[in-house]
Structure formats: C-alpha cells, structure tokens
Design a binder for this molecule. Structure first.
Ligand code: ZN
Ligand code: ZN
Length: 402
C-alpha cells in the first residue's frame, strides 16, 4: 500500500505539478484523476501509454501483461532498466508509474487478457487503452468492451508506421467491422481445428522503434484525455501515420451489419459473494428469481475446455481451462498418444453434475462476468466478492456500479 499523503498536501502538490496542463482552456485535471484506466499490454506501446498517463495525472490504473522483460525490450521501453530483465513487465511498469506519479494507485496484473482477465476488470474501468501486437487479443477486447459498455483505444505499430483507433460501445464501425478476409485468415491460423493453441506462432517480434511507439501511444492517450472531457475523438475511425514521408490521414471504415461484436449487456449486477462461494446452481437460482423465469441459462464469458476424451482407450480427463489456453501437444492421450476429442462448455442450463461446481472451479478468471439468459431477458453477474483480491488497493476506489 502506498503512503497516501494528506489530501491537503496532495492537492497543493498537484496544483503545482499540473499547473501548465490547467492552462489549457478545456482541461479538467480532476476528470483525469477520477478516470479508472485499464492499460492492456506493457510492451513498447504500453510503456509509452503508461508514461504519458502518469505525467498527465491519471491516478487509478490497472496494467495487464503476461510477459517478462527481455534485453531486446530495453531499446523501446522507457520504464524498464537493465536490472529489470527477467521481471514481469506489468510489475516493473506499475512500479515505474508510481515513481513518476507519487500517490497514484497502480495495480499490475500478470495475465493474458484472453484467458486470465475477468470481464469485471472492464466493468471497473472507464477507459481501456491497448498496446498489443496481435489481432486475437484486439478482437477479444473489442467484444468484451462492447459487452461491458466501455470505450477502448487501439494502437498498432510496425517499422516507423502506426495507426490509432478509438472504438466506443454502440458506435459502429467497431474493430471487428474493420477486419477483412486476410485478417480472419491470420486469426484462424493461430488455432488448430479444435481450437488448441499451436506452438509455432511467433508473437512480439514486430519490428518497431521507440520513436514510433511514442508517436502512436502519445496519440492514444491524447484520445483518452479528449474522450474523458467529452471532446471529439477518432470514434470508429483510424488515424494512419507513415513515418517515411510524414504523411498522415484518417480512414473511415465500413460497418458490418453481421458483426458479432455489436452487443452490450443491458444490465450488470455485482453480487456480494465471490466465485468461491457460489455454485453454478446457486447463481442460476438467483437469476431465476431476478428474471422471474424458470428456464434460465448461465453463459460463460469464454468457452471452457471441459475435458479430453480418448477415442482409443475411452479414458476421460477433466481439464476446465479456457479454450485456447491449452496446447495442441497436451491434447494427445498420455497412454497411447492418440489425439483426443475436445469437449467444450460455454453455458450451464441445470445439468446436475455441473451445477455443483463452484464458479471458481470452471477454469475462468476471477472477477469474471456470467450472463443469465431467459428468452429475450438477460442480466450479467459479477461475483464481486472477488474484487478485493483482483483490484487490490484499487478496490477502495470502486464507486457506483453500472
Ligand atoms: Zn463491428
Ligand atoms: Zn488413450
């Protein structure tokens, strides 16, 4: 826990620190301090995003990254030092943020956003800024941000070129609308036919420079600042920057009417219990009462690989891990080496055995969202008893729900 100075001395210090920013006619430092910022990715872009966020006065930040710092990161990461090599990027970035912004509450989460982050993190945030290098994570963030009714700002860099895009929930086109046939082909290449993770994929080897990451991340955070102030943003558009000729332009995308991302939960309810205290059947009973319906299905945030089934020896193995987090190699039977069938699970509708399982025993991340559906009626539930453990010292700053 940080030593939080008295509000008076903090205020006085902030008056001095942000005095030049306050000279901007529309600037409201309090709006930035009050904003709950979720930064996904602490690589080249993430470093610059966090640096800018710290200098601008963001004070409630969660940073998500699963990787450790390598020597090659040091040429593009202002927050990392040689002695940090081997440590988790999220942890070091959060520490550096605090040293740039005394009193800031920054919480690192070492996880893959696809499998390790509950959608409750999206619900916690006001704005999401992503510094990622792959379409799969962007697509997931886009769908999750729409579902949870949160804006997200994307950045991408390659060589000395880059793009910034802002996607607001309910505003089309969204990120998924921008994906073409080639993008879908590349997305599908990542997964084998039964959605197991293939090893050969190389990530994080994009050729980039610290100069382009600072240009693009700077614009991303600036978009966030404008968004917070209710000013015009790149909503649904892309700003392209080509470093070779210093040409830049804004592209407009075409909305896709069949886009899978266009869905926002009408209501999200925070439950006092944690995922360790509730079984699936407990949750279904609650939803039956809340929706006044008997026929209720609980849908998971992502598909779960429930079990492997060997076609040769007929043996079953329980897995309960998010689909896509299990390696192709692990699907082979340990007895006879045969490739096993994958049984997946994406919902619960009252099956006896499954109903006795606690929410924490499904392989889903903590602070996740469960959607109860009955016909046209639906409600999202967050087992908010998980929040203190996941949000750490940012939990106290958790205000009104949505
Ligand atoms: Zn779309
Ligand atoms: Zn077998």
């Amino acid at each position: 826990m940080n030593n939080i100075p008295t509000s008076l001395s903090r205020e006085a210090a902030d008056q001095g620190r942000f005095s030049r920013l306050r000279l901007i006619s529309w600037w409201e430092q309090e709006k930035i301090a009050d904003c709950r910022l979720l930064v996904i990715g602490a690589g080249a872009l993430g470093n610059e995003i966090l640096k800018n966020a710290a200098l601008l006065g963001f004070r409630q930040v969660i940073v998500v990254d699963m990787d450790r710092i390598e020597e090659s990161n040091l040429s593009r990461a202002v927050l990392f030092r040689s002695e940090d090599v081997g440590e988790f990027k999220a942890n070091v970035a959060a520490r550096a943020f605090r040293s740039l912004a005394p009193g800031a509450r920054v919480h690192p989460i070492v996880a893959n956003v696809l499998h390790g982050c509950g959608l409750g993190l999206f619900e916690w945030s006001d704005v999401i800024i992503a510094g990622l290098d792959n379409r799969e994570a962007r697509l997931w963030i886009n769908r999750s941000a729409w579902k949870m009714n949160r804006p997200w700002i994307d950045g991408a860099i390659e060589g000395i070129n880059g793009v910034v895009r802002a996607f607001l929930p309910g505003v089309v086109p969204c990120y998924e609308c921008t994906l073409g046939a080639v993008d879908w082909e590349l997305l599908q290449k990542r997964m084998s036919c039964n959605l197991l993770l293939l090893e050969s994929v190389t990530e994080g080897k994009v050729p980039t420079t610290p100069t382009i990451s600072s240009v693009i991340a700077g614009l991303q955070v600036q978009e966030a600042v404008k968004l917070i102030h209710g000013l015009p943003t790149l909503a649904g558009k892309g700003y392209i920057f080509e470093g070779m000729n210093h040409s830049s332009y804004v592209v407009e995308y075409t909305p896709n009417e069949d886009c899978m991302s266009h869905y926002t939960l009408p209501k999200i309810s925070r439950l006092p219990s944690g995922s360790d205290d509730l079984t699936l059947e407990d949750l279904r009973l609650q939803a039956q009462a809340d929706l006044s319906m008997a026929d209720v299905t609980i849908e998971f945030s992502r598909d779960v690989l429930q079990k492997f089934l060997c076609p040769l020896c007929q043996e079953e193995e329980e897995v309960y891990r998010p689909q896509g987090s299990v390696r192709f190699e692990d699907a082979k039977c340990k007895k006879d080496g045969r490739m096993r069938s994958v049984i997946t699970l994406h919902s619960y509708a009252g099956e006896l055995d499954l109903g006795r399982r606690k929410l924490s025993q499904l392989g889903l991340p903590t602070l996740d969202v469960f959607v109860a559906r009955s016909g046209e009626r639906e409600v999202g539930y967050i087992p908010y008893g998980d929040a203190p453990a996941v949000l750490d010292h940012l939990f106290a700053g958790t205000g009104n729900g949505s």
